[in-house]
Design a protein around this ligand. Structure first.
Ligand code: HEC
Ligand code: HEC
Ligand code: HEC
Ligand code: HEC
Ligand code: HEC
Ligand code: HEC
Ligand code: HEC
Ligand code: HEC
Ligand code: HEC
Ligand code: HEC
Ligand code: HEC
Length: 413
């Protein structure tokens, strides 16, 4: 907007103002035309309105009217408190809007969240009220168009947590969570028929109570993750809490795995996906190194190492959530249940077949004597063979050298 048009608009407004006061209505109806918003919009409604620094000063009037604040007939000056409709032109630079004037509780809550604390600490990339809610187009969360509506929140958060430049500038932890989440089962579900029951970011993190994972009160603190996931996945949560890993967690042993150790937090896959099935084996192996290594020596382990999930994985024999020590009769691999577990896939398996040790180790004589002796026999055989041929080769070399350099007793004819 040029200075000339601004002045013209200003004069026009003064005229309207004078006209309006000439037909002044009783004080009981203060919204006399032209109202404050019309006054402001006279300069700010044009889509290309710009300030001196070239920054857009355009305000979409109709959009504001249908926003929650427009519906409640808020005046522009209720938020922009340092402007008055009867003191135009106003100052070039205005104070930032303080939502606390009306939303005291929300502002207090925000100040304790990860973003609020980061802002106070000088990280001016951290989300503020307007980053999540908007400015003149704020809607209630239940409105389909709202930035904080269930189906739109992913996009609201990912604008920062999925944008490489912002991630680098604001040192956002976790990197590009946006694309991880987008391709996960939850991300896909949010775009499908189950969208209303699938979790978006704040279902796991909270919104006005969002805390960093390092805070023990956080919904995603290590100790609290099973409860957070379990709020939707009841059957798995129940099985888990009755299993060994879950029981250990209840005793405060945080070394035992929680849901995300096996499933990840943002890249969760459908459980039948081969990549998940074979990946989960390695996850078990990050804590059970020895069991993984003995498993890899078996037929099952070699097939899954190639990326095929059609043989037995750790979870096929032990269960996924109801893992119990083999000594517990309820364990799927206890003496009582082992045959039935093998028979899930080896229909004709006999008790003898089930006595095959899926973790046979050639390093443990007590556990697998036959395997141990066989392995030792092969080791000695190997050493013997190498020793024999080694000595043989050394003598042969000695003999060849003597022949070549003449020191030998056998002369060519
Ligand atoms: C006569 C035209 C005119 C009217 C009427 C007007 N403004 Fe402005 N407003 C401007 C111009 C021009 C700027 C840009 C100032 C600059 O950048 O130099 C501006 C800037 C602003 C800004 C941004 C300030 C900043 O710090 O960046 C706000 C907020 C604003 N106006 C609110 C209002 C409100 C509220 C009203 C109604 C009470 C109003 N304006 C009425 C012309 C007007
Ligand atoms: C619910 C509070 C609220 C109301 C009501 C409101 N604004 Fe704003 N306005 C904001 C916020 C928040 C910003 C972003 C800058 C800031 O934080 O101060 C903003 C920014 C602006 C800007 C600067 C350009 C921009 O978009 O960043 C202009 C101009 C402006 N408002 C004009 C208006 C006008 C005209 C009205 C009335 C039609 C109005 N505002 C009503 C909260 C409000
Ligand atoms: C002058 C008072 C006032 C200011 C300032 C104000 N609001 Fe509001 N806001 C209201 C009123 C009134 C409502 C509608 C009644 C309600 O539900 O609380 C509302 C509703 C909301 C809602 C929807 C609440 C719901 O229950 O769904 C959000 C979100 C919101 N405001 C955000 C903001 C943000 C963000 C700011 C700062 C940029 C702000 N408001 C500034 C008065 C204000
Ligand atoms: C990280 C994003 C984010 C930030 C930052 C944020 N909010 Fe919210 N806010 C939300 C979400 C999501 C909801 C909906 C919560 C729900 O439905 O449970 C919400 C709800 C609200 C509501 C509706 C009433 C309520 O409490 O449920 C108001 C009002 C509100 N926010 C105001 C603010 C204000 C003011 C600020 C800044 C001090 C702010 N919000 C900062 C995401 C945010
Ligand atoms: C199903 C639950 C769930 C959903 C949905 C979810 N998160 Fe997370 N998020 C977690 C858990 C659990 C952690 C802690 C992970 C850990 O301890 O490694 C976490 C960690 C984080 C972290 C910190 C990363 C780090 O390495 O410090 C950020 C940032 C984050 N999430 C953002 C998001 C955003 C943005 C979304 C939406 C696109 C989202 N989350 C969706 C559960 C979830
Ligand atoms: C405007 C950019 C922006 C938006 C939008 C945003 N964030 Fe953030 N977020 C940040 C920044 C910057 C940090 C780093 C804060 C710090 O320095 O601790 C952060 C940190 C976090 C963390 C802390 C991780 C940890 O454990 O330390 C979580 C969780 C998180 N954001 C989730 C969300 C969710 C969920 C949303 C959407 C509702 C969201 N963010 C929207 C910028 C943003
Ligand atoms: C708000 C509810 C909700 C929360 C919280 C939640 N989920 Fe989900 N999850 C779902 C829904 C709904 C689906 C189903 C998607 C489908 O079937 O298309 C799903 C799917 C899954 C699947 C794939 C299931 C399959 O069929 O293979 C896994 C694994 C999973 N979630 C793990 C988790 C973990 C781990 C957490 C916690 C970090 C978690 N979920 C938190 C609702 C939730
Ligand atoms: C020790 C690793 C591990 C832990 C801990 C774990 N899971 Fe699983 N989960 C798995 C494996 C492996 C599967 C696939 C099982 C199968 O193929 O039958 C699975 C399957 C699932 C499924 C799909 C079930 C189905 O049949 O549709 C869901 C949902 C799920 N887990 C959620 C959770 C939740 C919630 C938690 C935490 C309470 C959790 N998991 C803890 C390894 C784990
Ligand atoms: C074919 C079925 C099967 C598969 C596959 C399998 N296990 Fe086992 N596992 C067993 C049986 C049976 C036992 C009990 C051995 C005994 O005590 O005789 C056992 C025992 C264990 C034990 C207890 C310690 C021990 O060695 O006795 C752990 C831990 C274990 N398995 C972890 C794993 C992990 C991790 C994987 C995947 C890398 C895995 N298992 C794959 C059947 C299996
Ligand atoms: C984050 C580490 C971690 C992961 C991942 C993990 N476990 Fe465990 N698991 C433990 C701890 C700790 C114990 C208890 C100490 C022990 O006996 O080794 C345990 C105990 C067990 C036991 C009982 C061992 C016994 O000697 O009685 C079995 C069986 C088992 N886990 C199987 C699995 C399977 C199968 C997976 C993958 C689906 C898995 N674990 C993933 C940490 C883990
Ligand atoms: C999830 C299915 C599944 C489970 C459970 C399972 N296996 Fe297997 N196993 C296979 C498949 C598939 C092969 C590939 C050879 C075949 O098709 O028979 C195989 C191969 C084997 C082999 C080598 C090939 C052979 O047939 O001689 C042995 C030994 C074996 N399994 C033992 C066991 C034992 C013991 C158990 C129970 C503790 C068990 N398996 C549980 C699927 C399974």
């Amino acid at each position: 907007m040029t200075t000339a048009t601004m002045l013209r608009t200003f004069c026009a407004l003064v005229c309207i103002g004078l006209a309006a006061s000439a037909h002044a209505k009783p004080a009981a109806t203060p919204a006399a035309a032209p109202n404050v918003n019309e006054t402001c919009l006279a300069c700010h409604a044009a889509a290309d309105a710009k300030g001196t620094a070239g920054k857009s000063i355009a305000v979409d009037g109709p959009k504001f009217t249908t926003s929650v604040h427009g519906e409640f007939n808020l005046k522009c000056t209720d938020c922009h408190t340092d402007v008055a409709a009867d003191k135009i032109p106003h100052a070039e630079t205005l104070k930032p809007v303080n939502c606390a004037n009306c939303h005291d509780a929300a502002v207090k809550e925000y100040s304790t969240t990860v973003h609020g604390i980061a802002r106070k600490g000088g990280n001016n990339v951290a989300a503020t009220c307007t980053d999540c809610h908007g400015t003149h187009d704020i809607l209630r969360s239940k409105s389909a168009e709202s930035r904080t509506n269930h189906v739109n929140l992913e996009a609201t958060c990912v604008r920062c947590h999925g944008d490489k430049i912002t991630i680098a500038k604001g040192k956002l932890p976790g990197g590009d969570i946006g694309s991880e989440f987008h391709d996960s089962i939850h991300g896909k579900a949010l775009r499908g028929a189950a969208k209303m029951s699938a979790p978006e970011c704040t279902d796991c993190h909270g919104a006005h109570n969002m805390l960093p994972k390092s805070d023990p009160r956080s919904k995603v603190a290590r100790a609290n993750i099973p409860d957070t996931c379990g709020s939707c996945h009841q059957p798995e949560f129940k099985a888990y809490t009755n299993g060994m890993h879950g029981k250990m967690r209840q005793q405060g042993v945080l070394a035992a795995p929680g849901c995300t150790d096996c499933h990840s937090a943002h890249a969760i896959q459908q459980h039948e996906a081969a990549a998940f099935q074979t990946g989960a084996i390695n996850e078990c192996g990050t804590c059970h190194h020895e069991s993984l290594s003995t498993y890899r020596d078996t037929f099952h382990g070699q097939v899954t190492a190639l990326g095929y999930a059609r043989t037995a994985t750790c979870a096929s024999c032990h269960g996924a959530h109801d893992v119990l020590p083999p000594t517990n009769p309820a364990s799927k691999v206890s003496k009582q249940n082992r045959l039935a577990t093998c028979q899930q896939c080896h229909a004709g398996a006999s008790a003898n077949f089930a006595s095959f040790d899926p973790h046979a180790s050639r390093h443990e004589r007590e556990r697998n004597p036959a395997y141990w002796y066989a392995a030792k026999f092969m080791e000695y055989l190997l050493i013997g063979v190498f020793a024999f041929f080694g000595i043989h080769t050394a003598f042969w070399l000695y003999r060849s050298l003597r022949v070549k350099f003449g020191g030998g007793d056998r002369k060519e004819p």
